[in-house]
Ligand binder design. Structure first.
Ligand SMILES: Cc1cc2nc3c(=O)[nH]c(=O)nc-3n(C[C@H](O)[C@H](O)[C@H](O)COP(=O)(O)OP(=O)(O)OC[C@H]3O[C@@H](n4cnc5c(N)ncnc54)[C@H](O)[C@@H]3O)c2cc1C
Length: 456
């Protein structure tokens, strides 16, 4: 396996279990360029915010535990070249230089953060004070940069570049650490949701203390003694800052396979078949892949831990002759923004109105405002639910949710409905749980589905 995080280690342990179940022996070597394994990148913003005490708390299974399970885990070891004909990988680092032979190879190299030219020094490194948020090393850089926040001479101002979920989670973390935070984004915030709900999110960010700049790009940095001191946008505005978060997306880390001639998709990811194979003897899983979208049947780059773990399990089983299949992705995602007295939850599944229209559907969509609990309960919070369906077939195409505490996890019922190919009438009639502290007697999701159904 190349890559020792979610996808690679899921594949490794699943293969071990499959071998044990079949009374077979399998030798598994995992190559990992960094010194880390099986950590939750998803938890890094909450570590930076101060909710999680240290990076080690984000490690699900340590190197020692992997090795005790029988895996030859080589940290600090990078795979640098691949020879599919001879079934060999050339490695460099602590576990090399070496050439390793394999029977089956799993590429689980993940995705790399996009670093624009303006963030780099002339020598190619990152300008001091400017950093992405991707792995535990990045988390350590951020906790180091913010160690003196709130003290004399410590950082007081931050600019977050990028309005996706990592940008939002970092804006939350920085505000909670006491920094004056500006978020600059090229289009709008959370652009994977429709614009009407996006506007609600933007209003909540502003109410929570984010100084928001939408529709702007960063053109350059201003530095003093090599350290960032300002960000200049395309409107010429200069934002004074002590630190800059790079959260403008990731791209699949596929250079190893690309150099060996493996086919890549339009987004640059590997294109595994439903069983995870990309070429004879070569498999791929996780963020380095483009997955099949369950609704459109097309490929989509959806770099999320939820897919990486499932794809890793599929590959781990199939390596030894299993026949597990990845069921596809719906684009289900969830996040929150909690700062400055605001608690906003955000979730989506399926296609946005624009994506559904582009996929050829006759789109009908409606936003319905409801409450997360019976209106007479103190915990009742506003929830806005957008249901997107095909006008002709009434089939559900997408659901988006923006609301207060207790809103967002409702997306799972919507995702289950989409997964099963249900229509708006099915969702309106499903047997969902009700008691006053948790929902209204018709759940907000079902009211939204029913209202759209009535209009179709
Ligand atoms: C801040 C943040 C928050 C996130 N929040 C969520 C969330 O809430 N929900 C969610 O579902 N997902 C979330 N994600 C995404 C999730 O973390 C990723 O989808 C997941 O980590 C992907 O796992 P992976 O194993 O495919 O890739 P990675 O985690 O990127 O691991 C790939 C590994 O391969 C190694 N590698 C790469 N090339 C080589 C090489 N040539 N040789 C040796 N080793 C190599 C890398 O060092 C890396 O350790 C978040 C990500 C970030 C950064």
């Amino acid at each position: 396996m190349v890559g020792a995080d979610a996808a690679g280690m899921s594949a490794a342990h699943t293969a071990l279990r499959a071998a044990a179940g079949a009374d077979r022996e399998v030798g598994i070597t995992v190559l990992e360029a960094t010194g880390h394994t099986s950590y939750s990148a998803c938890g890094i913003p909450y570590w930076i915010a101060g909710d999680v005490p240290g990076g080690e708390d984000l490690v699900a299974r340590s190197a020692r535990e992997h090795r005790a399970a029988g895996i030859d885990l080589r940290l600090g070891t990078r795979a640098v070249a691949l020879d599919p004909e001879r079934r060999r990988v050339r490695v460099e680092g602590d576990g090399g230089p070496d050439e390793l032979e394999y029977d089956e190879l799993v590429l689980a190299t993940g995705a790399a953060p996009i670093v624009p030219d303006w963030a780099r020094t002339a020598a190619g490194g990152l300008v001091e004070g400017v950093h992405p948020v991707k792995n535990l090393d990045d988390g350590a850089v951020w906790t180091g940069l913010l160690a003196e926040a709130g003290e004399m001479g410590g950082p007081t101002r931050a600019v977050v570049v990028g309005g996706g979920y990592i940008g939002l989670e970092m804006a939350e973390a920085l505000i909670r650490r006491g920094l004056t935070t500006t978020l600059v984004t090229r289009s709008r915030v959370m652009s994977s949701l429709d614009a009407d709900l996006g506007a609600e999110i933007e209003a909540a960010l502003v109410a929570g203390g984010v100084d928001l700049r939408t529709g702007r790009t960063v053109e350059r940095l201003e530095t003093t003694d090599g350290r960032v001191g300002g960000v200049v946008t395309d409107t010429g505005e200069r934002l004074t800052t002590d630190v800059v978060v790079l959260a403008i997306g990731v791209e699949p880390a596929t250079s190893l396979g690309a150099a060996a001639g493996l086919p890549l998709g339009v987004e640059g990811g590997y294109l595994p078949d439903p069983g995870g194979r990309v070429a004879p003897g070569i498999w791929a899983a996780g963020d380095c892949c483009e997955v099949t979208h369950r609704l459109t049947g097309g490929r989509a780059f959806l770099p999320l831990g939820t897919h990486a773990n499932k794809l890793g399990r599929v590959v781990g089983d199939n390596l030894l002759g299993g026949d597990r299949r990845f069921g596809g992705a719906l684009g289900t995602a969830i996040t929150r923004f909690v700062a400055g007295g605001v608690h906003l939850e955000i979730a989506r599944t399926g296609l946005s109105s624009a994506a559904a229209t582009a996929a050829g559907y006759d789109v009908a969509a409606l936003v319905t405002i409801g409450t997360t609990a019976s209106g007479y309960m103190p915990e009742a919070e506003q929830i806005q639910t957008k249901v997107i369906a095909d006008r002709t077939t009434r089939r559900l195409l997408g659901v988006q949710i923006v609301g207060g505490p207790g809103s967002a996890k409702r997306i799972d019922a919507a995702a289950a409905a989409l997964w099963g190919g249900l229509d708006v009438d099915d969702l309106a009639g499903m047997d969902l749980a009700y008691a006053p502290p948790f929902a209204t007697v018709w759940d907000a999701l079902q009211i939204a589905a029913r209202r759209l159904a009535d209009r179709l």
